[in-house]
Design a protein around this ligand. Sequence first.
Ligand SMILES: [Zn+2]
Length: 410
Amino acid sequence: MRRLSADYIFPIASEPIKNGVITIDDDGLIIDVESSTTNPQSEIEHYKGIICPGFINTHCHIELSHLRSQVSEHLGISGFIKAIVSKRTASSKEFIQEAIEAAEREMSQNGIVAVGDISNNNSSFKQKEKKNLLYHTFVEVFDLNPDRAEESFNKGLSLQQELSQFTTHSSIIPHAPYTVSESLLSLINKHAAANKSIISIHNQESEAENELFISHSGAIYEIFKAMGIDTNQLRITGVNSLQSTLSYLTKASKLLLVHNTYATKEDIKWAKKLMQNSPVSNPSERSASSNASPIQHLYWCTCPNANLYIENKLPDYNFFIEEDVPVTIGTDSLASNWSLSILDELKTISNYYPHIPLQTLLLWATKNGADFLGFTHLGTIEKGKKPGLNLLKNIKGLRISEKTEIQKLM
Ligand SMILES: [Zn+2]
C-alpha cells in the first residue's frame, strides 16, 4: 500500500484537491482519496506538482511507427498521402516490429495507459497481445469501389477474427469519408449496430476533403486522379465531408470523429442534432462512477501536433467548448508526429489557447477518452478505479507550459 500526495490532485471526476492524499494498493487500485490527511502517522510520499489519472490516447496508428522522421513536415494532406503510400511497406518486418515495440515503450513512459489504435494489418497484434498497454483496436477498411465493398469489409472481419484470439476490444471502422463507398459505410454501420461497437473515423483533416464532396475538386481529388483512382466513384454531395458521411454511421454505440481541423461551429451543431435524433443502441450505459454524466454518443478527437505536422493548422477549440461536446486527445502516428505523448499535445493546445483551464485539458486527456473506449476503470481518480497515476511537474499557476514534465507514479 502507498499513500501519495502532491500540491494538487486532479481526480477529474471532481474539483482539484489541494494537498490531497491518494491511497492505493500494490496493484494501483484506488483505496481512498482524501482532502487532507486524517492519519498523520502513516507515511506519505509528497510530490511537487499535480497528480492526475493515466492518459488515454484515443487515436494512434502504432503500425506506422517505423515511419518516424520519414515524412517531411507541412506537405499538406495530399503530399502526406503520397508519402505514406510510397513508404509504408518499404521497411523490413523486423524493423517494423522494433519500431512498434519502441513506440509502445514511449507511450507508457509518457503516462499513457490506454490507446485507441488503428490497424490496417496484423503487424501490431503480437505487441498488443503482450498487454503492456490496454488497446482498443480499430480495424480500418477503405475502398471507393462499391462493387468491392463486401470484399473489403470481409478483410476487416478476418483481421478482427485474428484479434479475437486475445481481445474483445476491437471494431471495424471506415478510414475517412473520402476513401469509402456508401455500400461499405452501410456494411460497417450494420455490423456496429449488431455488435454494439464503437466507431472512429478521420474527419475534416484538410480543406481538400471538404472540397472533394462539395465540388469534385481540390488537392485530394488531384492526387487521386494522379494515382489512377477512378474519380467517378467519389461521392459528390454538394455538402462537406462530415455532412456527407455521418448519417451512415449513427448505429454505432459511440462515435469518434478524429482531427476535425476544418470543422466549423455549424458542423458541430449539425452533428450534435443528428446524433440526438438517432437513438443510442445501448442508452442505459453509464460509467461505473455514481456522479458521472451519462455516456455520450459523439466524441471529438483532436491530434494537434499531427495537424501542425501535416497542415500547419489547428482546429478552433473555442467551437468545441462553446458547443459543450466531449473532446478527446490523440497522438496520431509517428509518421505525422514528433512524439507519442499526450502531454506534448496538451502543451500545444495550451500554447495556442492559453485560456483553456487545466481541468478541461486533463478531462480531454483522461476521462473523455476512457468513456469513449469503454474502459470504465480508467480516466478518473476515484475509489475502486485503477487509472494509473501521472505526476506533472513544473506547473506554474496551474498551467501547462513547455517546461512541464511527466513522471509516471503508477
Ligand atoms: Zn490517423
